[in-house]
Design a protein around this ligand. Sequence first.
Ligand SMILES: Cc1cc2nc3c(=O)[nH]c(=O)nc-3n(C[C@H](O)[C@H](O)[C@H](O)COP(=O)(O)OP(=O)(O)OC[C@H]3O[C@@H](n4cnc5c(N)ncnc54)[C@H](O)[C@@H]3O)c2cc1C
Ligand code: FES
Length: 316
Amino acid sequence: MNRPESAKKGIFQACVLSNQQIRQCYYRLELQLDAKGSELFKGVVPGQFLELDLSGVSLPDASAIPDHLKDSSQRPVLLRRPFSFSDVTVTQDFNGLSVKVQILYCVLGPASVRMMNLRRNDTVSVLGPLGNGFSISDGLSHAILIAGGMGSPPVLHLAAYLKEHYPKCSTVSFVGAKSCEDLPFSALIGNLKGFVLEEFDRISTPCHIATDDGSAGYQGFVTDHARGWLEKNKIDPASTVIFACGPEPMLAATALLAEDSGLTCQVSMERMMACGIGLCQSCAVEVKAASAGTKYHLCCKDGPVFNSKDVVFQAG
Ligand SMILES: Cc1cc2nc3c(=O)[nH]c(=O)nc-3n(C[C@H](O)[C@H](O)[C@H](O)COP(=O)(O)OP(=O)(O)OC[C@H]3O[C@@H](n4cnc5c(N)ncnc54)[C@H](O)[C@@H]3O)c2cc1C
Ligand code: FES
């Protein structure tokens, strides 16, 4: 997959609607985009991302900063930071076009610590939409979504997007994390269905959970859980696609699973990104060249979504 990057992007302001803690280190930020941003984001697809300028946001009170981040959070935030969307709501009424974007974020450094301090009605500068998202064909009948850790937000967005735009497509999702506490969602425990994730339950998409320590769902790797499901369920490989986002070793395992199962697979890759728009060359992804050998694509511009067959995964 080497599609041209979606053309229209820009810098605009977004207003904070809410910023809620959902787990110890996980937050859900809702942004209302201004008129320019709404116009740019009205056709956004899952897997695309935005960059936030958090340089002007002050640090929260020292008591709110996790102990292990007290030193590193003092570093200045010079560059914008990339985030995918876990949900996008587009409405058009007599007031005009309006787009709201939801971001699930993990607090792990100076920028995300500052994000904790965003309050309702604060404004933040956004650059986007960026990159190429997941590519969905009209003939898709089964979608298998696999997410690991902070790869979950775009996968949740994709599940809702498929429900809305491809209602005939049957979707099943697999979400993995080290432990129950590392699932970046609000969890529901102990209802009739056992352990379910509220966000997937709300959109009626089956979601299988895997944790390394067995604290929720299947104990083991999420890709092994998906492999077991594929062995038990008959699906038509010609009209089934695996969509995945997560750490690179998980994506490599997903690519192998797809190959073994004869399925097409799209993976959303992560790289450290400085500019997000193809200028700084900091986000190289090694891909197979058509003739022989390999070459480099830019994660921010040519990706972040790639056909798994094209990617040379880094050992890890
Ligand atoms: C396309 C894309 C989509 C993303 N979507 C989300 C999202 O939906 N939610 C979310 O919480 N995070 C997401 N991220 C990661 C997010 O950009 C980083 O967590 C954020 O930049 C951290 O900034 P910081 O200043 O808080 O921490 P930093 O000090 O910049 O980083 C803290 C630690 O995290 C590591 N790290 C930071 N960014 C990355 C990265 N891109 N890949 C691998 N390791 C990294 C650093 O090496 C460092 O060890 C996404 C990244 C990309 C490239
Ligand atoms: S982040 Fe600068 S080229 Fe990709």
